[in-house]
Design a protein around this ligand. Structure first.
Ligand SMILES: Cc1cc2nc3c(=O)[nH]c(=O)nc-3n(C[C@H](O)[C@H](O)[C@H](O)COP(=O)(O)O)c2cc1C
Length: 297
């Protein structure tokens, strides 16, 4: 039997698959359709210190090789989230990670405290949503480190940090957040881009631009994983365009310990089970006893 367990710093995952933030509903709805045992952890949609309405519609557009989204992190704010969503999550027997977003370091810490009080297993610091006003924290090593240091000192939870493929030097940002206390990195969030209706000239999302996810993102995110893994000794969750077991193996080979599944859920909500089956087959072919062997090799 192949051992699919992986260590992510202080955390052990029973499988290398993580549900990516924002692509799994509030997690509660998905629990009804997906087989949660396929996942080592589930990430909730990002939550802010106060309610955010998100961007005006249309906010989603299909691309030839993925998806464009400009949701803008519509969320109820941490207080209502703790009241309404958190109790529902407590009955799931898969570790749930909170995802924190805010406009300033104190806001990130406030959300992380809410997650800690709600008993979540870890906090993912989302420094990299491209659909908000202002610059991404994840483009700037110092600004990113300040947020992570705040969160680190506010809570005892393990801290993952989600970075952007749009950083001009993703290794510098990665180094800064690891120095500030990140236990692992999630590489990556969506990449900035747009799509335009050639007849009307109108952008396909009302905001004018959004984040590219899915197949088109995979080589870009994979490149970030490889660069960071070459320079830093930190656990990495690869994220971008994974839809098969072979893609998981690509990320593991590039230096990731685990991968997050996002856009694939929109078409195939139960994809994780198939992907795990495919991964087992790939690992058997390679003759390795578990992912640990592969990561170490
Ligand atoms: C509709 C949609 C909503 C998303 N919302 C969030 C979010 O709230 N927080 C976050 O960190 N990432 C969010 N993401 C980014 C995903 O978690 C993931 O990083 C990205 O989609 C790349 O993975 P994929 O190619 O497998 O989809 C969202 C992505 C999509 C498509």
């Amino acid at each position: 039997m192949i051992d699919l367990g992986v260590d992510l710093g202080p955390v052990r995952l029973s499988t290398p698959l993580v549900a990516a933030s924002g692509t799994f509903g509030s997690v509660v709805e998905f629990a009804e359709v997906a087989d949660l045992r396929a996942y080592g952890a589930l990430t909730v949609k990002s939550v802010a210190p106060e309610p955010w309405p998100g961007n005006p519609p249309p906010r989603l557009a299909p691309l030839e090789a993925g998806m464009l989204n400009a949701i803008g992190i519509q969320n109820p704010g941490i207080d209502r989230w703790v009241e309404e969503v958190a109790p529902e999550l407590a009955r799931l027997d898969v570790p749930v990670w909170g995802s924190a977003v805010a406009h300033d370091p104190v806001g990130f810490a406030t959300v992380a405290e809410g997650f800690a009080d709600a008993g979540l297993a870890a906090v993912e610091v989302n420094l990299s949503c491209p659909n908000l006003d202002g610059e991404l924290f994840a483009l700037d090593p110092a600004a990113s480190a300040e947020v992570v240091a705040r969160v680190r000192s506010a809570v005892d939870l393990p801290v993952g940090v989600k970075l952007s493929p749009d950083a001009s030097d993703v290794v510098a940002v990665a180094e800064a957040v690891v120095e500030a206390g990140a236990d692992w990195l999630v590489l990556t969030n969506t990449a900035r881009g747009t799509a335009v209706d050639p007849r009307s000239g109108e952008p396909l999302v009302a905001r004018g631009a959004g984040g590219i996810s899915g197949t088109a993102l995979r080589p870009i995110a994979l490149g970030c994983v490889r660069r960071v893994a070459e320079h830093l000794d930190v656990p990495i969750v690869g994220c971008g365009g994974v839809s098969t077991g072979r893609h998981v193996l690509e990320y593991l080979r590039a230096g990731a310990r685990a991968v997050a599944l996002g856009t694939v859920h929109f078409e195939h909500p139960r994809a994780a089970l198939r992907i795990l089956r495919e991964l087992r087959r790939e690992l058997r072919r390679l003759g390795v006893a578990g992912i640990g062997d592969l990561v170490a090799s």
